[in-house]
Design a protein around this ligand. Sequence first.
Ligand code: NDP
Length: 238
Amino acid sequence: MVENEGRVALVTGGNRGIGAACAAALAASGDRVAVASRGGEAPAGMFGVRLDVTSADSVDKAFAEIEAELGPVEILVSNAGMVRDTLLPMMSEEAFQDVVDTNLLGAYRVAKRASRSMIRKRSGRLIFVSSVVGLSGGPGQSNYAASKAGLVGFARSLARELGGRGITSNVIAPGPIRTDMTDALTDAQREYLVSATPAKRMGEPAEVAAAVVFLASPAAAYINGAVLPVDGGAGMGH
Ligand code: NDP
């Protein structure tokens, strides 16, 4: 197991799905984990905080609470995300904006706030949960794919801005993973995703979490601006 020296980690959307697996894996590797969600609930042993990534005020308040309880955030896992899938002719401006506001602007809000103390400390880990769809596209997912592709340019810009201060900024690009998000798909949609994946199965949240723990670890200090696929081969490494 990779040991992470008890650093303070924040996982947005850490109450369920991929985020919950990331929180559990970071805690198991020795980090002190704050779990953020709109409800504020957290598994036993973790610090739960209410945070809505669509509000800069909510982000600021949550960081202040985490700083008071655990100290400044040293590892950010920007994982909160949503879908509002539909084909372009039916895609309302509101559906496009909502998804970009949560998935891309949400990441900007938390990363900006987290970077303050990281810059002062001259160390930190920024990890953004994107998607295979951000790089390959997906029918009915133009809003989602645009938001997830945006994370790549965002993370790489931060890698260039902050790399000299001991801060890395990387992207994880999961393929289809078994969570509430994919439980909402039809059987036919899930079968299509599995058939398009060389591994011929859905991934598990813990498989994404293992990659997050690695990128957060001291062993990954020289990995910056990378997109790490965890997708059973669906994107062929992009
Ligand atoms: P879930 O739908 O299971 O969980 C989504 C999480 O995001 C929840 O914790 C939710 O919290 C949180 N969230 C949504 N909107 C907000 C908001 N405005 N403010 C704060 N938190 C919010 O999804 P997954 O676990 O499947 O997805 C996690 C991430 O992984 C997402 O970014 C998703 O796009 C990405 N991903 C998922 C894949 C998959 O196949 N499952 C594949 C590729 C990428 P709340 O309880 O408050 O709603």
